[in-house]
Ligand binder design. Structure first.
Ligand code: TYD
Ligand code: MG
Length: 452
């Protein structure tokens, strides 16, 4: 019998090596190599599915933006860039228990309710468990088919038989190909299964949703190449302590990235939150030092969120810088700028920054918000109520322009805010239409004059 060809794969990132290695040269993970069979060396492997097509002039190709499947859950449609594109592969990652299976079942039920035949393939739960969950969230359309299966070959066979309009595979780590002897969930199995499903989806035009587990670092488990292979990567965020969940697009070939959809977990599954600003500000303490609201662009939509800061004298050891929801290094940098430019000596103070509601903010436009919250807590003075701030802060304390200022200011005004402190360079006349006082500043030295 011909011996099988094997190689060592990093279980973290999928790096392949002919020898065992202690440390992965690609992702620096220790002790992550496992010997696996190389895909495609087995005699039973069917020949790869290939496209036998000839080149076409681009203007003669038929493609229509309207040719999308609209789910009818608007938060989800927006995250996907306006509905599901036919033939696309979408990868959804998230912590266990966050609600991935619930969301996908609800999406399928919505589509099934409109008459589309859809298929939910699960390798994790029995059909009884899926039925029970479906009953709880009211997902019991007769067009919603459930298949409990883990064999890739059977899955592809069933899809061809049932011919659904949308397929969900929950989860890609449970699917295994009978042509490979390595264990389900191993890098080569995950790669093989997703490759076959993605090629199938492109060929048949059936969109496929793949649910992926995440590692303890929070990235999708299995080879990093998985994220390159699919068209759209979505992450389901939010902590189990809060009821709301955020789905964020980190890659999208058919729409903007960083777009978010906000949901709330209830007894009947996930419900949409169409006014997230109101939700994130609902528990905001009135007249407290260290709290400020910023309009942050999440994808194409502005959302108002509260940034809280606690600046306290260090009582023991090295001053701490702890952040939740914003970049730790960014806060250290801004604290240093504040120290140098404004003379607030934060060197012997602990600094805690928290974005209320568990949202993660990563755009520089919130710099001015972080600085304002720190000043307010340091001086123990309350910022004038009805104020929002936005602007990027440079190393010399200069306040720089940010994009989409008009929609930010509009959202602030809509939520009842009356004043916006922003970079002078963009505090232009075209904001005059909006019912809000615009205060332009050039440097953070001017900030304290306007905050209190
Ligand atoms: P689930 O979709 O199984 O998560 P995942 O597939 O991401 O692992 O969600 C399970 C959690 O959601 C569980 O903690 C219970 C909660 N839940 C509700 O609160 N309400 C509901 O209606 C449902 C179906 C689940
Ligand atoms: Mg699940």
């Amino acid at each position: 019998m011909k011996s099988k060809k094997t190689a060592f794969f990093c279980q973290q990132c999928g790096h392949q090596s002919p020898k065992w290695l202690g440390k992965c040269p690609s992702c620096d993970e220790w002790n992550s190599f496992i010997e696996e069979e190389i895909a495609g060396t087995d005699a039973r492997t069917p020949p790869a599915i290939t496209f036998r097509e000839s080149p076409l002039p681009i203007d003669s190709i038929e493609a229509d933006e309207k040719d999308r499947l609209i789910i009818g859950i608007s938060e989800m449609d927006r995250v996907l860039g306006g509905g599901i594109v036919r033939g696309s592969a979408v990868l959804i990652g998230g912590d266990p228990g966050i609600g991935k299976s619930t969301l996908l079942l609800q999406i399928l039920d919505k589509l099934a309710g409109k008459g589309s035949r859809v298929l939910y393939i699960s390798g994790e739960e029995s059909s009884k468990q899926i039925k029970l969950r479906g009953g709880r969230i009211g997902a019991l359309s007769k067009n919603l088919f459930v298949l409990v299966e883990v064999s890739l070959e059977n899955i592809l066979g069933q899809i061809m038989e049932i011919k659904p309009e949308v397929v969900v595979v929950d989860s890609i780590q449970t699917v295994f190909s009978e042509t490979l002897s390595s264990a389900p969930g191993s890098v080569s199995q995950v790669r093989e299964a997703s490759e076959k499903l993605i090629i199938f989806s492109k060929k048949s035009g059936i969109p496929v949703f793949l649910i992926g587990h995440v590692t303890k670092e929070g990235s999708i488990a299995g080879p990093k190449v998985l994220e390159h292979m699919v068209d759209t990567v979505l992450y389901f965020e939010g902590d189990s302590g809060h009821a709301f969940r955020i789905i964020r697009s980190v890659k999208n070939r058919y729409g903007p990235t960083n777009e978010i959809g906000v949901f709330e977990m209830s007894g009947q599954g996930l419900t949409e939150v169409s006014n997230p600003s109101a939700l994130f500000l609902s528990e905001r303490p009135e007249n407290s030092a260290g709290s400020i609201v910023v309009p942050s662009m999440e994808g194409t939509r502005p959302i108002l969120v509260e940034i809280q800061s606690l600046v306290n004298e260090t009582t023991f050891g090295i001053p701490r810088r702890t952040t939740i929801g914003v970049d730790h290094n960014r806060v250290s940098l801004l604290a240093a700028v504040l120290d140098k430019v404004c003379g607030f000596h934060l060197g012997n103070h602990d600094i805690f920054i928290n974005v209320a509601g568990g949202v993660k903010l990563n755009e520089p436009a919130i710099d001015l918000g972080i600085i304002s919250a720190m000043i307010s807590s340091f001086l123990n003075r309350t910022i004038v109520s009805g104020t929002v701030v936005c602007g990027e802060v440079g190393l010399t304390g200069e306040v720089r322009g940010v994009g989409q200022v008009e929609s930010r200011v509009k959202e602030a005004s809509r939520m009842g805010f009356t004043r916006c402190i922003m970079p002078k360079s963009i505090a232009l006349d075209n904001l005059a239409k909006i019912k809000i006082d615009v205060v332009g500043i050039r440097n953070i030295r001017e900030l304290t004059d306007h905050l209190f």
